[in-house]
Design a protein around this ligand. Structure first.
Ligand SMILES: NC(=O)c1ccc[n+]([C@@H]2O[C@H](COP(=O)([O-])OP(=O)(O)OC[C@H]3O[C@@H](n4cnc5c(N)ncnc54)[C@H](O)[C@@H]3O)[C@@H](O)[C@H]2O)c1
Length: 266
């Protein structure tokens, strides 16, 4: 029987992380790199991603990579898959973390419902949901060459909860409809693909609650009031879930949505 240490050993695996240059995405990359995983960052923020890869390569062993990709474009995703097929024999871990998030500064997005725009809704769906479907579909063959393939989709509490409007009073922040709808889609896509891709590939979702990132104090206090653990998340709070689903510690778990929200959604 394997020891808990052996089950948790993910060294020498290869992971592709979309949105790996982002706030949470980079923490995910560091978590994996610290465990000896070779990380491929997929992002459209070229300067941020190049910095992230530089940091990974200077802090951790293994060579880490960046591929520039606009996930709203099918041909751009095809190039990522071509790169992965050319350079790697298999893909062990695929983490779909890229997203248009609540703070993204685009027109018709984080505004009142009646001002949210059709084209922005479509764009968000293409990045947050359609790209997840297409990247997984195109990576299936390469992942099936791994002995331990695991897909982790990053959802959100807003993929299954309504809005607590009082939390947003006096703030110019509002969760866009497309964000909630796309994250709900990600959670359901996880369940669908867990059954379709079994028994070869496991597919799970992690749904974080709000992660503190220079929010104003008033908002943080309102958020805390809804949260039994009495704080917003920090990025470290997600590390355990990432390692768990990446490793054989979760080898009999597929199709699940692990909520990491301090009890906010209870
Ligand atoms: N931060 C939170 O409070 C929170 C809470 C719950 C869930 N999440 C989820 O965590 C994930 C990461 O969120 P974050 O806060 O780190 O956001 P972030 O904006 O810092 O990171 C998102 C990353 O995705 C990339 N990206 C956006 N559009 C892209 C495109 N078209 N092509 C390629 N890359 C693209 C961005 O460049 C960025 O690096 C998201 O899926 C988000 O929904 C975040």
């Amino acid at each position: 029987m394997k020891s808990i240490k052996q089950l948790g050993d993910i060294s020498n695996r290869t992971a592709l992380v979309t949105g790996g240059a982002g706030y949470l995405g980079y923490t995910i990359c560091e978590t994996l790199a610290e465990c000896g995983v070779r990380v491929i960052i997929v992002d459209n923020n070229i300067s941020a991603a190049e910095n992230c890869v530089k940091k990974l390569n200077s802090k951790f062993d293994n060579q880490h990579f960046f591929i520039s990709c606009d996930l709203s474009k099918k041909e751009s995703i095809d190039k990522v898959v071509d790169f992965a097929v050319l350079h790697f024999d298999s893909l062990d871990i695929l983490i779909n973390c890229a997203s248009l998030v609540g703070t993204s500064d685009i027109k018709g997005w984080t505004t009142k419902f009646d001002l949210q725009e059709y084209s922005t809704f479509e764009k968000a769906l293409s990045i947050n949901l359609t790209s997840v479907f297409y990247l997984i579909q195109q990576c299936q063959n390469l992942m099936e060459k791994s002995n331990t393939p695991s897909i982790i989709n990053i959802g959100s509490i807003y993929g299954f909860s309504g809005q607590k409007l009082s939390m947003y009073e006096d703030s110019n922040y509002l969760t866009p409809a497309a964000y909630s709808a796309s994250k709900g889609g990600v959670i359901q896509l996880t369940k669908y693909l867990a059954s379709i891709l079994s028994p070869q590939i496991r597919v799970n979702c992690i749904s974080p609650g709000g992660i503190e990132n220079n929010h104003d104090k008033k908002f943080i206090n309102k958020y805390k009031a809804f949260t039994p653990l009495n704080r917003m998340a920090n990025r470290e709070d997600l590390k355990g879930a990432i390692h768990f689903f990446s490793s054989d510690l979760s080898s009999y778990i597929t199709g699940q949505n692990l909520i990491v929200d301090g009890g906010w959604s209870l």
